[in-house]
Design a protein. Structure first.
Lengths: 331, 324
């Protein structure tokens, strides 16, 4: 990136995070490498949303934590506004963290039960030494209002609020430093259906008002499409398909995306033929050679077992890592 | 109308919390025909699980039940433990959301399956072992013989749910109550488990009650759906009808709060407010404060369920064209 002005807000290049583990979980077991994230690249522009989808253990959350610098990279680089993300704990990293905040799945676990929510919303200002006590309170009230809470909620404790209200408090606390990026890790999964829609609409409104960028992690493909400008499907630590969510979910090119789409129960189409995968995802300690998906792929051929497919650009603008994807058979 | 397999009439549940008595179910009427698949949807706290835990006498001493649960002519409400035990597991089996907490972590799968076979079918020794292996094979677990020696932690979540299903099938029940059976599982594994339940139903003609918060899951796997809100069934309709012509404003709200996977994106229509707490229900219709079609009459009394079309019931004063 030569011109930082045009640089994406977040540029992730070839992120890798490996863990050394003992095989079988035993103390004297043989060393092995768990490939939690194994070469993930993406760019996220200001004001846009990148959705990360995949099943548990595919590396979505690890990717999110790498982006925030909460985990150290085994390899790869992260640039924020063109600047390489400094190491966690350094002064520069701390000041960059004002720009990047995180929202977790379980709001009750993310909040301190013994502290009134208003104080928790003000806390980031105190940590970063911004404003005086009176101004902090004023800002907290303003931000509570913008997430749809009222002044009387300021002195409430988390257990006095409903699940949806708690998630609004978590959002308010993340927003009070006026970040430019919110990393949302399953932000609505713990909420009831009627409340999920409220929170999703709020996220979209906040993005429109504040020009926020979201890294939105979810296993719910329909909600991901609702909020995302781009989506990346992960399987065993790698992106297998990436592109425009409308395109990707209407006509998935990778067999794994096809299986995910087909696994969604649809109210209006009973008895449609669905692609049901056999077995469970492999253990990330022993990722299958070649294409990691070949053990569950109904279309796998000999080449899939031998050669790892690279993420390639298709004519319609998406990227797919599959030897057999349309238009790539002879690639 | 054929004789229903189980007929729940005006079932009420009150929980004694020590400080006060809280009503969780306000008179639930629900009948399931032999071989029928019924879905129960609603948000957390709406009473979906409590209905069936109460029907099977699984709520413990803090719960006070009212109304009737008729099974083969007997009323299960207030019956003796021995009588309930003859029905539970044997005639009506139940599986739960989190299979790994339903299985005992310190016993091998084979032993736990053997226990069910001993209890319900008096099998022991090699006969029980062979039957346990057959059941595991039936629920799609490869290499069943060897798996009998595994502990629950050695199996994945999806495999453990298969074991739970095998155990539920041990007594060859007439009905299976599946309480959020796939909520803890990944999407591709959920599809496997739902497919398995369908296949078992095709083979055995077993009735199924599928409790879920996901309308899609219920739509694809049942014939009829009951929507619950704040301890009441507010709508009961055939699957096709509920999506095409929902009669209750809550059902309509749930449907428009769900995004689609394809087609144009539209802003979601959220239901305002929150589900009321059971000890603090609004007057009249419990949904009134959140309802887009609210009118003063809604606060007069909890609306009775009326038949708006053949087999389609809704508990709303505006349902059935009376006021539309």
């Amino acid at each position: 990136m030569n011109a930082p002005l045009d640089a994406p807000l977040v540029q992730a290049e070839n992120l890798v995070r490996h863990y050394r583990v003992r095989r079988g979980g035993r103390l004297f077991g043989e060393h092995a490498t768990l490939r939690a994230v194994d070469g993930v690249s993406f760019a996220l522009q200001a004001g846009r949303t990148l959705g990360l989808v995949g099943e548990s253990g595919c590396g979505k959350t690890t990717t999110a934590r790498l982006v925030l610098g909460l985990l150290t990279l085994t390899a790869g680089t992260i640039r924020v506004d063109g600047e390489i993300l400094p190491g966690a704990g350094t002064a520069r990293w701390r000041s960059l963290r004002q720009v990047m905040q995180m929202v977790f799945q379980d709001p009750l676990a993310a909040l301190d039960r013994r502290v009134a929510v208003g104080r928790q919303v003000m806390e980031p200002l105190a940590i970063h030494g911004i404003a005086n006590a009176g101004e902090r309170r004023e800002r907290a009230l303003a931000i509570l209002h913008s997430v749809g809470l009222q002044a009387h909620h300021f002195d409430r404790y988390p257990h006095e609020l409903s699940g949806g209200q708690r998630q609004r408090v978590v959002l308010a606390r993340a927003l009070i430093l006026s970040p430019r990026l919110l990393v949302c890790d399953e932000p609505i999964s713990a909420l009831d259906v009627s409340i999920q829609a409220q929170v999703v609409n709020l996220l979209l409104d906040l993005q429109a008002e504040r020009g926020l960028a979201y890294l939105f992690i979810s296993h719910d493909l329909r909600m991901v499409r609702q909020v995302s400008h781009e989506v990346a499907v992960m399987y065993l630590g790698r992106i297998v398909e990436q592109g425009d969510p409308d395109l990707l979910f209407a006509a998935p090119a990778h067999p794994y995306t096809q299986a995910l789409v087909s696994a969604i129960p649809v109210a209006t189409e009973r008895g449609r033929k669905r692609l049901i995968l056999k077995g469970d995802p492999p253990n990330p300690v022993s990722v299958p050679p070649g294409c990691a998906f070949h053990t569950r792929c109904p279309m796998a051929v000999a080449r899939c077992r031998a050669e790892t497919p690279a993420l390639r650009l298709l004519d319609d603008g998406r990227r797919v890592a599959c030897h057999l994807a349309p238009g790539m058979a002879d690639a | 109308m054929p004789q229903p397999l189980i007929d729940i009439r005006k079932l009420t549940v009150d929980f004694d919390t020590g400080r006060r008595i809280v009503r969780a179910l306000h008179g639930v009427d629900l009948a399931v025909q032999p071989g029928e698949a019924v879905g129960l949807v609603g948000e957390s706290g709406s009473g979906k699980s409590v209905t069936w835990l109460a029907a099977l006498g699984l709520l413990g001493s803090r719960a006070r039940l009212g109304g009737q649960v008729l099974f083969e002519g007997r009323n299960l409400v207030g019956s003796a433990v021995a009588e309930l035990e003859a029905v539970r597991g044997a005639c009506i089996a139940m599986i739960f959301q989190d299979p790994s907490s339903s299985l005992d972590p310190v016993y091998r799968i084979g032993k736990q399956l053997g226990e069910a076979l001993q209890l319900h079918r008096g099998m022991a020794g090699t006969a029980a072992l062979a039957e346990a292996a057959r059941l595991l094979d039936r629920v799609g677990i490869a290499d069943a013989r060897r798996r009998l020696g595994d502990y629950p932690h050695e199996l994945s979540g999806g495999m453990n749910q298969r074991v739970m299903i095998a155990m539920a099938l041990a007594a060859e029940p007439q009905m299976l109550v599946a309480d959020e059976p796939t909520t803890a599982l990944d999407a591709t594994i959920q599809a496997q488990i739902l497919e398995l339940l369908q296949e078992i139903r095709r083979d055995t003609g077993m009735a199924l009650v599928l409790i879920s918060h996901d309308l899609g899951v219920v739509a694809e796997n049942t014939d009829r759906v009951c929507v619950m809100y704040a301890g009441r069934i507010v709508e009961d309709a055939p699957i096709g009808t509920i999506f095409a012509e929902p009669a209750h404003p809550y059902t309509r709200g749930l449907l428009s709060a769900l995004p689609e996977l394809t087609g144009p994106r539209r802003r979601l229509v959220a239901i305002p407010g929150v589900v009321p707490e059971p000890w603090n229900l609004p007057r009249g219709c419990s949904f009134a404060p959140r309802c887009a079609a609210f009118e003063a009459a809604c606060e007069a009394a909890a609306p009775a369920s009326v038949e708006v079309a053949q087999g389609h019931w809704a508990a709303c004063i505006r349902a059935g064209g009376r006021n539309l």
